[in-house]
Design a protein around this ligand. Structure first.
Ligand SMILES: [Zn+2]
Length: 352
């Protein structure tokens, strides 16, 4: 998974990446990484490194460009953020970052397209030669490391061989195989592959759907394969509509709880929460541009541009539903549990 050279390129505690409000913010950034690692398991290593204060100086994220680019951007923002829940999007640092004027952030190359050229690396070197504006971390993003010109690559290599403390390089490539070997040997590689076996979660969803379809007798008295499939699609559709109601009219909190109980009887709350979780995870994937393994069949057709929410909201929503499932297993009264879930979901929705 990692491809470091003979020299250890990690940042050690004595020159570790400093978070602006020291460990508090780091712990919260940890939660952000852990949530991502749920779907992209290679990031567990990154979460661990952050926890142990051994973040590598040079990180290479490989995978679909939209995905690696989105994650790199959020991670960079999170590393610079001084807010309560990084990346918070609200603190001065996040505002500067989003406006593209953060002095401790640099993006290599123009408009993120085309191969990185020598001139781009020269601009990077000038930026690197400056001191941190806020006295904390400095982060740069370099995309398409697999398309860098050889001359530019060699220039970059010098910088990677002599890393500066508190400077983190976040690089992306579609795959590591096309990256120059010398560069690759200086990076820690995190392949952003979708968790191969979402087996446990998929099995829980499958079990729930089987339980739900057994509950409703088909009109012919027998459940044929087609009927069962139709039923599964029908459940996903109703949950999708429920999620849309939450997105569009979050103030209808108690109606939402009642609606949920109308779709899934009290006996099937856990099954319903599994399906809801599957839909939310799909939304997380769609939001980061990864549509490869969606579990809700008609999600892409039903969700419209107006239903778009920031990734942080989908991540938080999935968290809340997961916690609701845990409370359900601890025998909290379904109605109360669902109402609490809906209230929290609506708070998250209204914070946007
Ligand atoms: Zn912030």
């Amino acid at each position: 998974m990692t491809a470091n050279g003979e020299r250890d390129m990690r940042i050690f505690p004595e020159d570790g990446l400093k978070s602006v409000d020291e460990q508090g913010s780091e712990l919260r950034l940890q939660a952000f990484l852990t949530e991502w690692a749920h779907t992209y398991p290679a990031l567990e290593g990154l979460a661990r490194a952050l926890q142990e204060n051994t973040l590598p100086h040079a990180i290479l994220l490989t995978g679909p460009t939209d995905l690696t680019s989105q994650f790199a951007g959020l991670f960079a923002e999170g590393l610079l953020c001084t807010g309560a829940v990084p990346p918070c999007g609200e603190c001065e640092s996040c505002r500067q970052y989003r406006a593209g004027v953060h002095p401790d952030f640099h993006r290599v190359g123009e408009q993120q397209t085309g191969p990185v050229k020598t001139a781009d690396i020269e601009v990077l070197q000038t930026w690197l030669s400056r001191k941190s504006h806020y006295g904390g971390n400095r982060v740069y993003i370099l995309q398409h490391l697999d398309e860098i010109t050889p001359v530019a690559g060699n220039r970059l290599l010098k910088g990677l061989e002599e890393p500066l403390s508190n400077v983190l390089a976040l690089m992306t490539a579609r795959s590591s195989s096309a990256v120059m070997g010398t560069l690759l040997s200086r990076c820690f590689v995190y392949p952003m592959q979708h968790r191969e076996s979402l087996a446990f979660e998929d099995a829980a969803v499958a079990r729930s759907l089987t339980a739900l379809s057994a509950e409703v007798p088909s009109t012919t008295g027998e459940t044929s394969g087609t009927d069962a499939t139709d039923l599964i699609i029908a459940y996903f559709d109703r949950v999708l509509q429920w999620v849309q109601a939450w997105v569009r009219q979050p103030t209808r909190v108690l109606n939402l709880a009642d609606d949920f109980l109308r779709i899934f009887s009290a006996a099937h709350v856990a099954d319903g929460l599994h399906v809801l979780l599957a839909v939310l995870r799909d939304m997380i994937h769609v939001t980061v541009g990864d549509n490869r393994r969606l579990r809700s069949p008609s999600l892409l057709m039903q969700f419209q541009a107006t239903d778009k929410l920031p990734l942080s909201v989908w991540l938080r929503a999935a968290d809340i539903v997961q916690e609701t499932l845990t409370r359900h297993r601890a025998h909290v009264v379904p109605q109360l549990n669902l109402e609490r879930m809906c209230i929290r979901l609506c708070e998250v929705r209204e914070s946007v």
